[in-house]
Structures are given as structure tokens and as C-alpha cells.
Design a protein around this ligand. Structure first.
Ligand code: MN
Length: 365
């Protein structure tokens, strides 16, 4: 009877720790953990509870054998490592702190190594039962270390500052920004005809006007972002429209792309969820009166928000870093939504998940 208890009590204790840990981890596993940048070697989520259950049974049997043999001196070390194992769950998941998780798991590595060595000296099988646990912990240490190193909030999303425009110049003339995909690449969501008009006619019009208006002004030869910041009236309108459109066309892609983990994390932090962000962005687009732009911007503190600007106005003037923009000028959608009302047509672009991705050059990690 005593022998049976020597095995079952530690095994049940381990499984209880496992159950409480996974209960504590649940909220973080749902909202926080998926947004972390993780090692490519990270196994699928389902692997963890299976592996842990097997390991807990093994390490429970290990101490059971030593209790039966009568080696009670090691029991304290065993309990201590189980406690630190539990603290690792609290630090990493409940407190959502990769650094606390890393420190705890390093302590756990040492304790488990000490236990394994000591177990081998009294009972070989008890020692071997701890080896898979030790190996798994080393792997978990690597995964935790990777998460810590790749998720430090040390830099903002700002990658391109406002001078990083793709618009080049030749002989003091601004070039037409390149369309980063063929004109029919966004079909059926945006037709080739709509792009031909929007890019080929409207944007070209702004570029041509800018090149015509700037001749003989003090701004001739300036980088386009400086023109935007230093002018007003027709010159400003045309220069800003060129910059806005350059970002807009770069915000779309024919391919489904992943949002960078850091941006995803910032969206969840500042909007609650990605779905909520989409909802608010769409609402901002549908309620924008007249012509203008809807932006996802980042302020100097790294906080994200949605702003709208009328006509050619741009958040660059408020020192905000634009991450995503939607053109809500009628010319952006009138071809594809000839029979719709403008209020419902415009944001159709934003609700089609894949087509509005975040322009690469603005969100590089
Ligand atoms: Mn436009």
C-alpha cells in the first residue's frame, strides 16, 4: 500500500500542478501568446499538454522509486523543482513576462540537472526517468530565450521616417511612383479598370500638376516630403496626394500576407483585438464626409490610432507615422461601385482582409 502511495501521490501532485498551470495559462494563450514572435522550431500548441502530461508522469514515478528505495534526502529537491516549474508558468504566462520566464526556467534547469545527477547515484531508472524532462526543459529554455530576445519593446514600429519615400526625381522632375503589382492583380476586389483610372489617370494627374507647379518656386529640386511640409495651396495638394497615393498603392498586395507580430501586438494592445481594429477602421472610412483618407498611425510613444484627414491632408504634418492608409476619395471606387452609394462603397476595400495589408517599407521590424 505504501509503495502504491509513494508512486501515486507524486504523479497526482505533478498532474495537479500541470492542470493548475494550464488553467492559469489559458487567457494568455488566447490573446497574448499568439502575438509573440516565436522560434520557427516552436511546436504546435497541442504538443505542449501532451508532452507535459507524459513528463509529469515520468518525474512522478522517478521520485516514487527513490521514496521506495528510502532516499528521502532528494524529496526536498524534487518538490523545489516542481515549485519552480509552477513559478515559470506564473512568470511567463500569468505575468506575461518573457524575462521572468527565462530566469525561472534557467533556475529550473539547474535544479533538474542536480536532481538527475543525484537520482542516478541511488537508482539508475529514477535518473533516466528525469532525462527526457531535462532535455525538454533545455528546448523550452531555447524557446523562452527566443521569445525574450525577439519581443523586447525597445523600438517603435517606425521603420521608414517621412523622408523614406519611394518617389525619385530626374532633372528636378518627380517620377511617377511605381505600381507594385500589375493593374489587374487585385481583381476581383479592385478591377483593372479602377486601377487604370486611379493610378493611371488620377495619380498621374497629381504628378504632372506637381511637376508643372513647382517650376520656378524655391521648392524646385526638394525631396517631395519637404515640399509637403513646407507648402500650401495647389502645390501642397498635389505633392501630398502623390505621397499619399504612393503609400496607398503600397498598402495593397495581391497576396495574403502576415502582419508582423510586433504590429499585431500593438493593434491588440491599442484596439483590443484585430477584429475591433478592422471595425473601427471601417467605421472611420464609412463616416468620413467628403474626400479624404483614413490612416492607421503611430505616435511618438508608439501608440496606434486611427485618424482621418480631409482632401490631401496627411498625418505627416502632425509628426505621426502612417502605417496603413485607405483612399476614401470617390475616384478610388467609383468605377467598381457605379451604382452604390459612396458611403457603403469606399470601405469595401478595408473589409476584404487580404487586400489591405500593411506596406512593407513602413512596418519593417
Ligand atoms: Mn486616390
Amino acid at each position: 500500500m505504501k509503495k502504491v502511495l509513494a508512486y501515486t501521490i507524486p504523479v497526482l501532485l505533478c498532474l495537479a500542478v500541470g492542470a493548475i498551470s494550464s488553467y492559469i495559462q489559458t487567457p494568455a494563450l488566447r490573446s497574448w501568446y499568439p502575438t509573440l514572435a516565436k522560434s520557427p522550431l516552436t511546436p504546435p500548441d497541442i504538443v505542449f499538454p501532451i508532452v507535459w502530461t507524459i513528463l509529469y508522469i515520468m518525474i512522478g514515478i522517478s521520485i516514487g522509486r527513490l521514496i521506495v528505495v528510502g532516499d528521502m534526502s532528494i524529496v526536498r529537491l524534487w518538490i523545489f523543482q516542481l515549485l519552480v516549474n509552477f513559478l515559470w508558468s506564473i512568470g511567463f504566462f500569468a505575468l506575461r513576462s518573457p524575462i521572468l520566464g527565462l530566469i525561472t526556467i534557467l533556475i529550473l534547469d539547474v535544479l533538474v540537472f542536480a536532481y538527475t545527477l543525484s537520482a542516478f547515484s541511488s537508482d539508475k531508472i529514477a535518473g533516466w526517468l528525469f532525462v527526457p524532462y531535462m532535455l525538454w526543459l533545455l528546448f523550452a529554455t531555447y524557446l523562452t530565450g527566443y521569445v525574450y530576445l525577439n519581443n523586447r519593446p525597445n523600438t517603435t514600429l517606425r521603420a521608414a521616417n517621412v523622408t523614406n519615400t519611394t518617389i525619385t526625381m530626374h532633372h528636378n522632375h518627380y517620377d511617377m511612383p511605381a505600381l507594385p503589382y500589375p493593374a489587374d492583380a487585385l481583381e476581383p476586389i479592385i478591377s483593372k479598370e479602377a486601377i487604370d483610372y486611379h493610378y493611371g489617370k488620377h495619380l498621374r494627374g497629381y504628378v504632372d500638376n506637381l511637376n508643372r507647379l513647382i517650376v520656378g518656386t524655391p521648392y524646385e529640386g526638394m525631396a517631395i516630403d519637404d515640399v509637403v511640409k513646407n507648402t500650401n495651396g495647389a502645390l501642397f495638394n498635389n505633392a501630398a496626394q502623390v505621397v499619399n497615393h504612393d503609400l496607398f498603392f503600397n498598402c495593397m498586395t495581391p497576396y495574403m500576407t502576415e502582419i508582423s507580430p510586433r504590429l499585431q501586438r500593438a493593434i491588440v494592445r491599442d484596439f483590443g483585438s484585430f477584429e475591433q481594429f478592422k471595425k473601427e477602421f471601417t467605421a472611420a472610412a464609412t463616416t468620413l464626409f467628403g474626400s479624404g483618407w483614413v490612416w492607421l498611425v503611430e505616435d511618438k510613444e508608439g501608440k496606434l490610432s486611427i485618424v482621418t484627414t480631409p482632401n490631401a491632408d496627411t498625418p505627416l504634418l502632425q509628426e505621426l507615422n502612417p502605417l496603413l492608409v485607405l483612399d476614401v476619395w470617390e475616384h478610388a471606387y467609383y468605377i467598381d461601385y457605379r451604382t452604390s452609394t459612396t458611403a457603403t462603397a469606399a470601405p469595401t476595400l478595408s473589409v476584404n482582409g487580404g487586400i489591405l495589408s500593411i506596406g512593407k517599407r513602413w512596418t519593417r521590424d
